[in-house]
Design a binder for this molecule. Structure first.
Ligand code: NAP
Length: 289
């Protein structure tokens, strides 16, 4: 690492991490990880590579050839990378999806830090432990699968998957096991914890009505915790409506931050500077708004 005029600059010794995805230009991962590397004065840099569908195995060969130490994986590659790494953690194996690759010598190990990131955000930021809680998860895609498995593993007493396609919800139940079960979104009023894992509420997404809510807010109220995995906009229509009804409601920034913090620790062996990461991502979102 060279320090000229107090500015960090990469050298031949700088260690490399990256995210692959398509699209990837909007990813906040470079902001999070580079802020963490600078905060801890680590000689690492984090880049983003747009890799079209079908290119995941080639990107992993590139990681080996170029001696990258860490890789994050986003849509559409999580399943392909799970099939291409040398080893999988039990969670990544069960989910069939990898969001973080760690190089251990010549062995590439696939992890999935989304579920742990979700649980840490709940426990650390909101002081909520899912053990014994009745939960409802809206959606049955990749994020929903990770959240449902995390809730089941954490000892939730009931985990309802409310998805628009029953077969997708059934596949999540088959993966996570009881107490996960298929149910309807109208069961939200019986839940202690309600999670939106659909894109409904995101800004600027084709096919999504601006202002739409994925769960009828009249089913939400005091005593409930609502987590919208969306973080752009920072205050989603669901978060706003749930707060108006008296529920505690948070966006997905906590999960984003903590899944990155878990990956950071896997790569560097150091605790992530989550405050510096959080400040950097909030600055970036304000800049983009
Ligand atoms: P995904 O794999 O594409 O799954 C999306 C899910 O939402 C599917 O079950 C889909 O149903 C459902 N859905 C889509 N439009 C819907 C609608 N209009 N009404 C009801 N259900 C609808 O996506 P994902 O990766 O799981 O991501 C889901 C959301 O979580 C996204 O907003 C993403 O940004 C967010 N996310 C946040 C984090 C974080 O760290 N905070 C991490 C991952 C994802 P069909 O299968 O029927 O289409």
């Amino acid at each position: 690492m060279t320090e000229r005029s107090g500015l960090w600059s990469p050298t031949g010794r700088t260690r490399l991490a990256a995210v692959i995805g398509d699209p990837v230009h909007h990813s906040l991962s470079p902001v999070l990880h580079n802020a963490a590397f600078r905060a801890l004065d680590l000689d690492w840099v984090y880049l983003a590579f747009e890799v079209p569908a079908g290119g995941a195995a080639g990107a992993l060969d590139g990681m080996r050839a170029l001696s990258f130490d860490g890789l994050n994986v986003t849509m559409p590659h999580k399943g392909d990378i799970a099939a291409a790494v040398d080893e999988l953690t039990p969670d990544a194996d069960r989910l069939g999806a990898v969001n973080t690759v760690v190089r251990e010598g010549s062995v590439l190990v696939g992890h999935n830090t989304d579920g742990e990131g979700f649980l840490r955000a709940l426990r650390i930021d909101e002081n909520v432990d899912p053990e014994g809680k009745r939960c409802l998860v809206r959606g049955a895609g990749g994020a929903a699968r990770a959240v449902v498995l995390a809730l089941v593993t954490a000892g939730a007493s009931d985990v309802v998957i409310a998805a628009r396609r029953t077969e997708a919800a059934e596949a999540v139940v088959a993966m996570a096991g009881p107490p996960a079960r298929v149910g309807g979104v109208e069961e939200a009023d019986g839940a202690d914890l309600v999670v939106n894992a659909t894109p409904v509420g995101m800004d600027n997404v084709v096919g999504i009505d601006p202002g739409a809510v994925p769960i009828d807010p009249s089913r939400l109220g005091p005593g409930q915790v609502v987590v919208d995995l969306i973080y752009d906009p920072v205050v989603t229509p669901l978060v706003e409506a749930a707060r108006q009804r008296g529920a505690v409601a948070v966006n997905g920034l906590g999960m984003l931050l903590h899944q990155a913090a878990v990956a950071f620790r896997l790569w560097t062996g150091q605790d992530a500077p989550v405050e510096a990461m959080s400040a950097a991502v909030l600055r970036e979102l304000a800049h983009r708004a």
